[in-house]
Structures are given as C-alpha cells and as structure tokens.
Design a protein around this ligand. Structure first.
Ligand code: UD1
Ligand code: MG
Length: 452
C-alpha cells in the first residue's frame, strides 16, 4: 500500500458545518467514539506522508488539539474548499511532490482508497489531477462528476449549481484528491468564486487543468468509503457503517457476537479470540477483553480491562480503571470503578466496588458497597485474598479486610479487619417466643375499639 512518490497531505477541517446545527465544529463530532477528523488522519498516517497540514478556522483550538501532532494552518475566514487548500500553501512552503487533499468530514475513508488515488496520479498517463469518484443510487447533494464517454473528467459541478440534467448524473465527487504539487497552487490561483455560494471551490481545478491541457483522471471507489457527513442523519449513517466494519473485524478475529447489530464498539476496543459478546453490550473508550471472556447481555464497559475467561454481566457496568482479572465473575447490577478484582474473585449481585482491591478468590456478597466518598475525598478499600464479605455490607473507606477474613451480613465496617478474623457489626437480634400472636391481638383490639 506504499504510495509511489513522496506526498504531503492537506486535511480540510475549517468548514462551519452549518448543516449540523451544532456548537461543536463538524469534524469533532465523534464516529465510534473518535472525532471524524481523527479517522481521516489515521487513514492518511498509514501511508506515511512527508507532511500533514490540517486546515482549521480561527478559534478552532479544539480541532487543533484533536489533530495534534499534525500541524495546522488557519483559514481566515473560510471561503470554500479551494480557499482552504490555499491556506495551507505557506505551511507546505517549497514541498516538492504530490499533494493529497482529504476532507475532514469523510470518516470512513480507508488508506487503500487514498493509496489507489496516489497511484493513479503516478500512472503512465501522469494526470496532474486525480480525484476519487463513486457511483450512488442516491447521489443527494454531492458534487457531480461530468466525464466523457471515454472516462475523461471534464468538470465537477456542485449540486446547487447543477442543471436538472447534471443532477441526474450518478457519479459523485468524494472530495478527495491527489494533485501534482507543481500545479496545485497555480490552478488554485485561477479559481474564481462564481457560483451559488460565492465560494472558492476546489472542484474548479478540474476545468482549469483542462484549460492548461493537463490530464485529469478519476478513480472510481467505494461509495461507503467516500461517504461525507454534513448533517446529523449522515453522522448516524456513518456511525452505522463504522460499527458494521468494527463488528466484522472483531468476528474475523475470532470473537462470537450473538447479535452483532446490537453491540456498540469503539475504534480502540480490543477483543481477544474466543471472547463471547451477548446482545446489547456497549463499549466505551479503551476497553480490553482477554481470551475466552464472556460479556453477557446489557453490560456497559468503559476504560476497563477484562481478563481471560472472566464473566461480566448481565447488566454489569465497568467504569474506567476497572481491572477484572482472569476467571473473575462480575454479575448483575454490579458497578466497578477504579478497582482491581483479582483472579477468581466474585462480585455477583447488586454491588458498588470503587477505589478498591478485591483479592484473589474473595467473595463479595449481594448488595455490598464500598463507601469510597465521604463528601470531600475518595478513599480506598482493600479486601484480602479469599475474604468473604456478607451480603449488604457497607465498607466505609479507608478500610482493610485481611486475607481469609469473614464479615457478617449487614455490617457497617469502619475499622480494619485483620486476616483470618470474623467481624460482625449489627445490633443483636431480639426474638420473643409467641410474640407475633400477642402483637396481633393487641393491634386488633386497638382497631376494633376505634371503629366500634
Ligand atoms: C464537498 C465538495 C463536493 C463533494 C463533497 C464530498 C467542493 C466545493 N465540494 O462538498 O463536490 O461531493 O465535498 O463530501 O469542494 N472546508 C474548509 N474550508 C471551507 C469550506 C470547507 O476547510 O471554507 C472543509 C470542511 O470542514 C469539510 C470539507 O472542507 O471538511 C468539505 O466541506 P463541505 O462544506 O462539507 O463541502 P460539501 O458541501 O460536502
Ligand atoms: Mg461535506
């Protein structure tokens, strides 16, 4: 997939994204948890460009931060895609090679599609301009590629500027280009804002190249790869497509998904082979799941590590810093945050374990809570190997329960329990023989007295 010549990449990210109707710059809207522009940069980076410049608008510090360490050029104010590329001119200086231009709003683009375009630029015909096109049954508002029967591109017309006949053309411009660096800025110098939006269109370089008798080629690519995101509905469509890809890759790598369409992954989700994912599981950022682990239905995992053969769920919530070691079990309605659950330990029902360690093979009874927050600061709970914590125990941190210790059900533990000790903290039970009958008689007498 190595491109034939050295190239610089320009990623366009300065557009306002008006159609998103959002305070967030368009390219920062996430797909599979990562900003759209990051997906674009990852695809570009796979081809090892000599330089990468991201074009941003004034005030888009958040975009600059998201694309770091790529350098940025400021387009002030944004006046169209051609103008955006011009804004990167100074940053590229005297760069000698091809220039790959990618829109920051095409998160599904793959490195292979970009490589095909760079290859086309260096084909025997050596077109000065190569662009990525795709056919679509529903070409919507994409720019239409007007080509001769022989396949030579003559011009691109934006949907708004297109005639009724041109709108019927189903060949679309993906907004992704490979241009000979010797010509790119010379052609852009000639672009005029003569169109419905009064903008400097990058697409006009096609017509201009032909005027200079330069060749203009197209690579017909995959419609999904080229999908642009301009609205919330298109964002949802891109998310769906990305999820399909991530699920397919996980399954190809040996993961079982009983109902893949209901599993939501992140680009950075790492699932080892023979992991089983039941329906309706949601992964947040940075989750790793070890070989043979089983994630049961309706669980939500975020920033967590799950060891080999561990069982999580159904209805479990793993929050950042949850480390579930091999063979541990986390059951229903259990929340784990910033805690090490060591090998073979069990937290099976209705518990909150936060800022804690649960030693190997310890058993945490139903309803156990680590009271980690006193209203001012967080404190740790440390539970030793093989300890047994009875149901409905409150462990008021900071507190330690030693190896092999037993805590009686319903206790509120505020002092350390040494290894091997038994701790019970609750009022002694009072049992009155035949007391139930006596109580009932008293109550009945009281009520009949009132109504009679
Ligand atoms: C653009 C193309 C269209 C193509 C479509 C593919 C032009 C004129 N139109 O239309 O032919 O079918 O992409 O998705 O090129 N941007 C800037 N500065 C600007 C304007 C835009 O950096 O002044 C950036 C945006 O942030 C975005 C990209 O350029 O990432 C494309 O802009 P957008 O407004 O989405 O163009 P489209 O209407 O989608
Ligand atoms: Mg767009």
């Amino acid at each position: 997939m190595k491109p034939p010549r050295q190239f610089a990449a320009i990623v366009l990210a300065a557009g306002q994204g008006t159609r998103m109707k959002s305070a967030l710059p368009k390219v920062l809207h996430p797909v599979a948890g990562a900003p759209m522009v990051r997906h674009v940069l990852d695809a570009v980076a796979a081809l090892k460009p000599a330089r990468t410049v991201v074009v941003v608008a004034p005030g888009m510090e958040a975009v600059a931060k998201a694309v770091a360490p790529a350098e940025t050029a400021v387009q002030d104010p944004p006046k169209g895609t051609g103008h955006a590329v011009m804004s990167a001119r100074a940053a590229l200086g005297d760069f000698d090679g091809d220039v790959l231009i990618v829109c920051g709003d095409t998160p599904l683009i793959r490195a292979a599609s970009l490589a095909a375009l760079l290859q086309a630029r260096c084909s025997r015909q050596a077109p000065a301009v190569a662009l990525l096109a795709f056919s679509s049954a529903d070409p919507g508002a994409y720019g239409r590629v007007i080509a001769t029967k022989a396949g030579a591109v003559t011009r691109i017309v934006e949907f708004r500027d297109a005639s009724a006949v041109e709108r019927k053309v189903d060949l679309c411009n993906a907004g992704i280009w490979a241009v000979d660096g010797k010509w790119l800025f010379r052609l852009l110098d000639e672009v005029k804002p003569n169109n419905a939006q009064g903008e400097y269109y990058l697409t006009d370089i096609v017509g201009l190249a032909r005027r200079h008798k330069l060749k203009c080629a197209m690579v017909i690519g995959d419609a999904e790869d080229a999908q642009g995101v301009n609205s919330r509905a298109e964002l949802a469509a891109a998310e769906a497509a990305m999820q399909r890809r991530l699920r397919a890759r996980a399954m190809a790598d040996g993961v079982t998904m009983i109902d893949p369409d209901t599993v939501w992954l992140r680009a950075d989700t790492r699932l080892a082979r023979d992991v089983v994912i039941e329906p309706q599981v949601v992964f947040g950022a940075g989750v790793t799941v070890g070989e043979g682990a089983h994630i049961r239905a309706f669980s939500h995992l975020d920033g967590a590590e799950v060891g080999q053969r561990a069982i999580v769920g159904p209805y479990a919530r793993l929050r950042p810093g949850a480390k579930i070691a091999a063979d541990a079990h986390i059951g229903n309605f259990v929340e784990i945050k910033n805690a090490d659950i060591e090998a073979g330990a069990k937290v099976n029902h209705l518990s909150y374990i936060g800022d804690a360690r649960v030693g190997a093979k310890a058993n945490i009874g139903a309803g156990t809570i680590t009271c980690n927050y006193d209203g001012f600061a967080k404190h740790r709970t440390d539970i030793g190997k093989g300890a047994f914590i009875g149901s409905n125990t409150a462990l008021v941190a900071p507190v330690k329960v030693g190896d092999g210790a037993i805590v009686g059900a319903g206790s509120v533990i505020t002092e350390d329990v040494p290894a091997g000790a038994l701790a019970v903290e609750r009022a002694p039970q009072k049992t009155v023989p035949a007391g139930a009958a006596r109580l009932k008689a008293r109550r009945l007498a009281a009520t009949s007295g009132k109504t009679g």
